[in-house]
Design a protein around this ligand. Sequence first.
Ligand code: KG4
Ligand code: ZN
Length: 337
Amino acid sequence: MIVLGIETSCDETGVALYCSERGLLAQQLYSQIKLHADYGGVVPELASRDHVRKIVPLVQETLRQAGIEQSDIDGIAYTRGPGLIGALLVGSSMARSLAYAWQIPAIGVHHMEGHLLAPMLDEPSPSFPFVALLVSGGHSMLVNVQGIGVYEVLGESVDDAAGEAFDKTAKLLGLDYPGGPLLAKLAEKGSGGHYKFPRPMTDRPGLDMSFSGLKTFVANTIKKEADDEQTHANIAYAFQEAVVDTLLIKCRRALKQTGLKRIVMAGGVAANKMLREEFAKASQKDKFEVFYPSFEYCTDNGAMIAYAGCKRLVAGETTPLNSKSLPRWSLEELDAI
Ligand code: KG4
Ligand code: ZN
């Protein structure tokens, strides 16, 4: 089965073709980063309009790249939620219109399911069950994943998502949007031992997380310290270290609580080098496995939507064409396949 996947939940237009037998056939990604940079964050109305501009050429280019005709496509997957409603509507209108015109089924995919299945696009891919650490710009979650659609949310951020904390802290340090990768780069010039930031919500039981206090801590530190690049780099290092350490403490706890021995990291923050390195070290020490998607599948992309949609379509699931997009949507509402 060949599935066309369309992702438009936020500021990336992603289109991909995934084949259940041959794997990923082609993909195209357009990032709106430059469009939103001047505003220091995603402007929803501009995001929707840009998706409208890019979606048709990207679909055409993806088909051309794969060398296939529309008649070869068996189903269309699109991000149904969660995300920005205007942005979601562009992808869903496109996907449902094509499904109607081409008389093939459509499937509305949960964006976070896309992220948590993204490591399956790489080799070796993790097998079920595992604990998923989903860390993106919009969500931070620990999920007990027993199979596709069998999700138990073990904990989540009670305020800012991990990526959001990276972006807001980066802004405090005078970096552009989205600041996550830029803060990580600045931290490479810094070193440890200068500052000790808190590890929020690790001194009490439970798997929920909180990152907004860290940002305030950074703001206060910046005010007190010298305004030069080396100081900023050391602050960035200490912030990153605190986030990574907090996530590691929570993941160790989740493994203990579930009795599982495998962590799968996903979402934009999973691209963070220090996070990957620290988890790799911990996995050797504590004898658990850790998987992360390749960098291109960490942040938003069409391939993960095409993959998740293909799995569901192959299992016989479809989404009626009159279904609404869901800006808020819990992972736990999904059906098992
Ligand atoms: O998953 P994603 O592309 O979009 C959402 O669904 O939110 O994640 C984007 C987030 C942004 O907050 C970005 O700053 C962060 O992931 N990010 C990083 C890195 N690369 C992207 N954060 C820390 N270190 C990185 N290397
Ligand atoms: Zn995402």
